[in-house]
Design a protein around this ligand. Structure first.
Ligand code: ZN
Length: 353
């Protein structure tokens, strides 16, 4: 099987988990893998749609809206319009929940990050639910500017279309695409994954009224079914403990250059390192201030380029931290907290002679 350069996330459920499942003879996992390859091919062929061009089909205003389509088990996008702003409740729960979760994520972007939708220009958020049959994945399609969400096989994965985790994580991949296009491989890919987990968990805590101390810090816990060998896909608090065989690591001493064919060089394995640093920072600063700090750092395109490494994130956080302290948006202690939590996960700035 070919495993070339991956340009963007292929789905919320990492490919290596589906391959493991397919090896066990799960037909839905096999079909999902084939569907992911097909989708990636289509994405390459399609011409880039700018956010605003998609919006104009609905309204020329810059006030972002959520629109949910039902693919009705097909692989078609924007197949049947099911719910848009102002519509009454739909009789399909997946439609309503996806509408609510994408709306809540937009609300978080606006109120906590001061960002006007995914592109910061008010683009509408288009979600397609019931994408394909028993599809074990959900994905942000960067060229088509929309989300495609499957229903899961009902055993390993359930209800991807009913999970806030999934919607917020995928919308955050859209934000990263617009901000700095972090290459989806090795450390930059792990940072791309990391940022989606940061936003995913922050939105979830916001909606559920949790704090850093009361949250469970699990990613994907809502979508694992009874046959999945664990409680979630990832733990930001204790990377590597979410399920049997979880390969996430939480310290840079465990980082290795592995082949790109293996999870893009370990984008989901090594995102555990900055994830753990974020968890530690949120415990000190609070989740929302920490998320705002991370989001501010992400926008430092001078420091975080498309091929950024973990030390670049640390550098950008220190610059952003100092700025936010000066503006009174973070406590004086913030800069020391950043240095401390990164040192705890084995990431230090190189010392210049
Ligand atoms: Zn992701």
């Amino acid at each position: 099987m070919m495993s070339g350069h991956i340009e963007h996330e292929e789905g919320f459920i990492p490919k290596f988990l589906l391959e493991e499942l397919a090896e066990k003879g799960n037909e839905d996992a096999k079909r999902t893998l084939a569907g992911m390859a097909e989708l990636a091919k289509k994405e390459k062929q399609v011409k880039k749609t700018e956010g605003q061009a998609v919006n104009n089909a609905f309204e020329a205003s810059h006030n972002p809206k959520c629109v949910v389509y039902d693919s009705q088990g097909t692989g078609e996008l924007r197949y049947k319009l099911s719910r848009k702003e102002g519509d009454a409740l739909h009789n399909d729960q997946a439609v309503n929940l996806t509408f609510d979760y994408s709306s809540k994520t937009l609300e978080y972007f606006k109120h906590k990050l001061n960002r006007n939708s995914i592109d910061d220009e008010g683009m509408d958020v288009i979600c397609n639910v019931h994408f394909k049959k028993n599809y074990n994945n959900a994905v942000w399609l960067p060229n088509q500017n929309q989300l495609a969400i499957g229903d899961g096989d009902g055993k390993w994965f359930i209800n991807l279309s009913k999970s806030l985790d999934v919607v917020a994580h995928e919308m955050a991949h859209g934000v990263t695409q617009y901000v700095n296009h972090l290459d989806y491989m090795r450390q930059s890919g792990a940072l791309n994954e990391h940022f989606s987990d940061v936003i995913g968990t922050a939105v979830q805590q916001y909606v559920k009224g949790q704090t850093a101390r009361t949250a469970d810090w699990l990613i994907g816990d809502e979508i694992v079914g009874s046959e999945f060998p664990g409680k979630a896909l990832r733990s930001m608090k204790e990377p590597g403990t979410a399920y049997i065989g979880d390969r996430q690591v939480s310290h840079f001493s465990k980082y290795m250059e592995i082949p790109l064919g293996d999870d893009g060089g370990g984008v989901h394995y090594y995102s555990g390192i900055p994830n753990r640093a974020f968890y530690l920072a949120a415990m000190e600063l609070g989740t929302d201030p920490a998320a705002y700090l991370w989001y501010t750092a992400l926008q430092d395109r001078e420091t975080i380029k498309h091929n950024a490494k973990f030390t670049d994130l640390l550098q950008a956080l220190l610059i952003a931290g100092e700025k936010l302290v000066r503006q009174g948006k973070l406590p004086q202690s913030a800069v020391a907290v950043i240095t401390k939590v990164f040192s705890d996960v084995g990431i230090l700035l190189p010392v210049h002679a």
